[in-house]
Design a protein around this ligand. Structure first.
Ligand code: FE2
Ligand code: FE2
Length: 298
């Protein structure tokens, strides 16, 4: 019988700013009922890891409550966005990458399950010019070589593209066009059969140029359900997660627990990332962080 894999993404946890913690608690209950054999997490575990390391520490501690072994890849709200920055967001640095490794382990990894090889990658380091970029490329080359005919599923935070691997636009939403070279050959040669990503907080299951691309919905929030500020990409904007069974043809089952809060932060993004940085970022937030509500009695 195939392993039951839970795909979860974009949980955006924070001890200081626990805006989305209710959905995390509900997710834990849902996963306990699903009883998956394995959990894969496609990034954005923290609300704002680049500015507040405790978000990473808190998210890591919360993962101990998951009901199955887990493997995670970093998101832009964990280690910073890919370089160059397009909209005023914190970018990936060596120090931020090291913080990820400290809490969550290697940012790229490989595991074999149900006749497949699942390879997790750091999609934010691509194009950085850091030594880690070269190290990741060498690791990926070895992972393909060692697959020995097994189909490969790739897992990373940002989707590779919207409609085509050849689309030229640079967008915060997808891998930058030049960075796609890391995996383009493997996709063309058929070594990769499934690509799993998060980041957009939308669920989508689509064949693109012969490869299946699965977008895992966010658990924390949705972005612009009314499609007023964020472009319509044909995905479904609801919080939730997915169950996956690999096999000859992978089967994906979206889950949208009705009791989860569909908090829509589209308005945070209306004027770029700036408002997210204010709401989620490092500025003191009295009451939730440093200041007690009621003074201790003398
Ligand atoms: Fe996210
Ligand atoms: Fe993201």
């Amino acid at each position: 019988m195939a392993n039951r894999i839970a795909l979860i993404s974009d949980i955006h946890l924070s001890r200081a700013r626990p805006y989305f913690h209710a959905n995390w608690e509900i997710l834990l209950e849902e996963l306990a009922a699903e009883a998956p054999d394995l959990i894969l997490i496609s990034g954005d575990l923290a609300l704002d890891g680049p500015h507040r390391e405790d978000d990473l520490a808190f998210a890591r501690a919360q993962l101990d409550r998951l009901p199955a072994p887990w493997h995670a890849v970093p998101g832009n709200h964990d280690i910073g966005n890919a370089r160059p920055d397009l909209r005023g967001e914190a970018v990936v640095t060596e120090a931020r990458r090291e913080a990820w490794t400290h809490y969550f382990g290697p940012a790229w990894w490989s595991l074999d399950v149900d006749g497949w090889r699942v390879v997790g990658l750091d999609s934010l380091v691509c194009g950085s010019g850091f030594p880690a970029e070269t190290e990741q490329a060498a690791f990926l080359h070895g992972a393909f070589a060692g697959a020995e005919g097994r189909p490969v599923a790739l897992l990373f935070h940002k989707p590779l593209c919207d409609q085509s691997m050849l689309e030229p636009a640079m967008s915060q939403s997808f891998w930058y066009p030049a960075a796609r070279a890391l995996v383009a050959d493997a996709l063309q040669q058929g070594a990769v059969r499934l690509v799993i990503s998060g980041h957009l907080h939308e669920a989508r299951d689509r064949m693109i140029e012969g490869i299946r691309h699965l977008w895992v919905p966010g658990t924390a929030f949705v972005q612009d359900m009314a499609v007023e500020w964020v472009p319509d990409r044909g995905g479904r904007r609801r919080v939730g997660f997915m169950m996956l069974e690999l096999g000859t043809t992978p089967r994906a089952f979206p889950r949208e627990p009705s009791r989860m809060f569909n908090t829509d932060i589209g308005s945070w993004l209306r004027d770029g990332i700036g408002h997210y940085a204010v709401i989620a970022g490092p500025a003191p937030y009295l009451g939730l962080t440093t200041a007690p509500f009621i003074a201790e009695a003398a």
